[in-house]
Design a protein around this ligand. Sequence first.
Ligand SMILES: Nc1ncnc2c1ncn2[C@@H]1O[C@H](COP(=O)(O)OP(=O)(O)OP(=O)(O)O)[C@@H](O)[C@H]1O
Length: 536
Amino acid sequence: MPAGRSLTIARVFLRYRLDTLLPSAERPLWIRLLWSPLRLLPQPKLSRGARLRRALEELGPIFVKFGQLLSTRPDLLPPDVVEELNHLQDNVAPFPSDQCTARIEAALEAPIDTLFAQFDRTPLASASVAQVHGAVLPDGESVVVKVLRPGIDKVIQQDLRLLAVIARWIRRYVPDGRRLRPVEVVEDYRHTIEGELDLVREAANATELKRNFSGSPLLYVPEVHWDYTRETVMVMERIDGIPVTDLEQLRAQNTNMQLLAERGVEIFFKQVFEHNFFHADMHPGNIFVSRQHPERPKYIAIDTAIVGSLSREDQYYLARNLLAMFRRDYRMVAELHVQSGWVRADTPINTFEAAIRAVCEPIFEKPLGEISFARVLISLFQTARRFDMAVQPQLVLLQKTLLNIEGLGRQLYPELDLWKTAHPFLERWMRDRIHPRTILGEIKRYGPEWLEKFPQLPQMVYSALDQSREMAPQLQAIGSALESTNRRGRSRYLRRAAAVLLAVGAAAVAAPQWLAALPPAGIAMAVAALVLVLWP
Ligand SMILES: Nc1ncnc2c1ncn2[C@@H]1O[C@H](COP(=O)(O)OP(=O)(O)OP(=O)(O)O)[C@@H](O)[C@H]1O
């Protein structure tokens, strides 16, 4: 770990007393001793969330972006901290225009004057990873040029290494640190930010999203100019939309706000279930509304660096889970989690079902229009994590996107009832899955592969049978080994039980008053505990 950077982090950590943010349940003695002098340090008069926000801002853009990602994880952090992280400012000074043009010329191998009829040296926007300039192509088309910051990949790799070390420390040395899943969160961040370092990938995502919505009244995606696109430079059509957060402008042109909010939800479900390809960075800065047809408003999406998709099984289980949840069929929800493999097969269904009910019932007490859909999903995953559900990156992305969409929708139209839009969509999707047309589509899609494999089928069956015959002795050996382990295990338990009973007996003989002082209920409980501990 680079020493200078580590010292900076330590200084900021101490200045904002971030030690007080870590869960303070039983810390090992040596950590308590080591940290005790920290109590002498003054604590800034700021809330815990504000201290974390200031510290991240001081540590620079990569940490700011990390904080922004944390703000989309209300399943891990308390609400006051999430609220404060929502205000993180990604204010980064633009890099000099000479450097910018040099980078464009190097990537596109031509002088800037021949590439563009006009190039605005002052950027339209400047963020931590890239900056965006306006330009005009030789044929007169208005475009924007996105350029990666020079040397940004090195900075990111260095800061990612630091974050990974900090995450491992938290997991190892902070009690309850495991629950925060720091290592997974940093891995998630690595995935996100690395996706932003290759503009060809971003351009490919934009092209796919555009194809998926071609001819649709719901969403427009600007056209990529592939001739002008490389890993560090990307050129695309310039759009002229209203930022979705500019409610005043939207109202001024009489936008149908209810339809706009509902269309946001529709776009989300279409992407997740129909296209299986969703824009996963739907923060308001990346969404605009077309100025045309405000009575039938259409979205415009930019910044397609981060996208997500689900496996066919995940799609299916997610749809069924949502339907079962809103039907309050918690048994089904619990069973679906096991069937999908999200939680282990030996999860006690009854206990799991009761836990889900305890979390969901208070939420469903409210009228449907007031229920936060994203919250329901987050609470569900939170509960499932208590039952050892591993973090599924694709579901985390989905949960974050849904949170953004819902937040945005409610800002546009506070009475938005997400379920009203989502429910028919999911029901239709479930029905369509078994529709002959869909099955025919599947056959068409995978048919050639099956036909290809078909002549090998008899040989495959024969090999499988042959292999199982060859493996018979090994399987038998494993069986007997298990049997003898069981026997050994049983005798070990019996020996342990005898030792404990002997010890208790000896204590009773040596100090009978001790035994007499125990109330009968206490004795019964001790015996029950003993049985439980010793039960093989
Ligand atoms: N096609 C476009 N037409 C018009 N303006 C654009 C276009 N693409 C980007 N911009 C402007 O540039 C800003 C930054 O673009 P973009 O979000 O793609 O960059 P970024 O570096 O990924 O930013 P961030 O990381 O903050 O999301 C946008 O908010 C928008 O104002």
